[in-house]
Design a binder for this molecule. Structure first.
Ligand SMILES: Nc1ncnc2c1ncn2[C@@H]1O[C@H](COP(=O)(O)OP(=O)(O)OP(=O)(O)O)[C@@H](O)[C@H]1O
Ligand SMILES: [Mg+2]
Length: 381
């Protein structure tokens, strides 16, 4: 799926300088916080927080990472995105008896300022955040040599690829209904932490199924903080930026005005909910014209109507709770409200998904419920 800027329909084309944008964020002056000492200071920024917390990251040498990937061997390549190629690597540990540490190594393909800025944003944001539903950055490598620059990132390895791979690749088995809900919940918890659980608000800006990675137990972890931004502070309502992101996922008001708010992530979340329900991509140019844009197509099958089941992923084989699916579709609709201020907070999304999972679990323990009140999986009933 392509990323965009308003200048290019290319993966992560040039945007205005990320670091400068951060300071020119909005028209109103920043609201100052008065600390208990009586001194006046602004809330800390990500670079400031990074100075305090970023020391947990390891600085790798280029040769260490070259050795870990057998000289960036094609056979070890596990993915390719707008930033560059991703390799599976094995890092030697200090103890020669210990098994090597398996990691994912992302290598910037392009030279130039935009790549460096995304690399820096990723190092700084991931150096500050800490949550089970965000991928862990272990360290980085930065070399400015005569033969150009090298920028690499070293992450914990996620053995089950991305949500995108599971939903859309026929080479992988379909994900069962309950796991789909759990993946949505994990991703929602990651976003809720970014929006509501930190000293400053973080807007992810590129939420999509390829940025939801899956660990060995199919727990969801968000990856790709290259486009993440600090949210508005004080009484500001938004951050002004050059729109960047991915077609099909970005909120319409953000694309139109460049006004970024946490509610922009909510829109993208609504799109991914429909991808999970339908097994269809946000945008699929291989489908007939009227079906290419997922969120337009699903409007013909309202959550309360009989036709609703038409949107459900055939690969679920009817093994899902119709009641749960309707609930989740309604949740998606609330995320996809045109007015961003009418979209729910991420913590509300977490509550509803937890409830849907609880209801499903109650339904699948028949002995706990009287026969008449048992809800069944579609197709089994
Ligand atoms: N930590 C990781 N562990 C395992 N695989 C990973 C990891 N990080 C990335 N990958 C794999 O590499 C692929 C490419 O990731 P990348 O983030 O570079 O691009 P993308 O998300 O597909 O596209 P875009 O650059 O537009 O965001 C992912 O879809 C995933 O399969
Ligand atoms: Mg990605």
């Amino acid at each position: 799926m392509k990323c965009f800027s308003i200048f290019k329909a290319k993966k992560r084309g040039k945007s205005s300088p990320e670091l400068r944008e951060q300071q020119n964020a909005s028209t109103k002056p920043p609201t100052r916080l008065v600390k208990s000492t009586g001194s006046i200071s602004s809330p800390r920024t990500i670079p400031e927080l990074y100075k305090e917390k970023g020391h947990n990251l390891t600085k790798f040498s280029f040769s260490e990472l070259r050795n870990a990937t057998n000289n960036f061997n094609r056979l070890l390549k596990i993915g390719e995105g707008g930033f560059g190629s991703v390799y599976k690597g094995s890092l030697r540990r200090l103890d020669p008896q210990a098994h090597p540490l398996v990691v994912a190594i992302k290598k910037l393909n392009r030279n130039g300022m935009q790549g460096h800025k995304e690399w820096l944003a990723e190092v700084q944001f991931l150096g500050v955040v800490d949550h089970p539903n965000l991928v862990k950055l272990l360290g980085y490598c930065s070399v400015d040599g005569e033969r150009g620059i090298q920028r690499l990132l070293v992450y914990e390895y996620m053995p089950n690829k991305s949500l995108e791979a599971h939903l859309f690749s026929r080479a992988l088995p379909p994900i069962p209904w309950k796991t789909r809900l759990q993946i949505l919940l994990g991703a929602a918890e990651g976003l809720a932490y970014l929006h509501e659980g930190l000293e400053i608000q973080v807007i992810f800006r590129d939420f999509k199924s390829s940025n939801v990675l899956l660990d060995e137990n199919f727990n969801a972890k968000l990856s790709d903080f290259g486009l993440a931004r600090e949210g508005p502070q004080g009484d500001r309502t938004h951050v002004s930026t050059m729109p960047v992101g991915t077609y099909g996922y970005a909120a319409p008001e953000y694309v139109e005005t460049g006004h970024l708010k946490s509610k922009s992530d909510l829109w993208s979340f609504g799109v991914v909910i429909y991808e999970i329900l339908s097994g269809r991509k946000a945008i699929d140019r291989n489908l007939p014209q009227s079906e290419q844009k997922l969120i337009e197509w699903v409007k013909q099958f309202p959550a309360d109507s009989k036709r609703f089941r038409m949107i459900m992923d055939p690969r679920l084989n009817n093994q899902y709770s119709m009641e749960g699916a309707r609930k989740v579709a309604k949740l998606a609709n609330s995320c996809l409200r045109r007015n961003p201020d009418e979209r729910p907070e991420m913590s509300r999304i977490v509550d509803v998904l937890q409830e849907a999972i609880r209801e499903l679990e109650e339904d699948t323990i028949p002995e706990m419920r009287p026969e008449s009140s048992k809800r069944r999986m579609v197709g089994v009933a």
